[in-house]
Design a protein around this ligand. Structure first.
Ligand SMILES: [Zn+2]
Length: 80
């Protein structure tokens, strides 16, 4: 993850400075400010290991939804 080349979300330039940064549990919250156009926004960063966990959860959720949809269609067939 490269933070060095952070560009402004609005003007696509910079320089961009971090005006606030804090940890919220495992999350890292950063408030950015563009010194070119004055646009401000916030970013949330999580560790890569945590991201993998979230992706696994996401995949499991998709698999579960697929299974539920299959179950629904099976019930539909049974009822008709
Ligand atoms: Zn800007």
């Amino acid at each position: 993850m490269s933070n060095a080349m952070t560009k402004c979300l609005r003007c696509g330039k910079g320089p961009v400075s971090t005006i606030d940064s804090r940890h919220d549990g495992t999350w890292r919250y950063r408030r950015k400010s563009c010194r070119n156009c004055g646009y401000r926004w916030a970013t949330y960063e999580i560790p890569a290991s945590m991201m993998n966990d979230l992706l696994d959860c996401h995949k499991q959720a998709i698999a579960l939804r697929g299974a539920l949809e299959k179950l629904d269609s099976m019930q539909g067939v049974a009822e008709s």
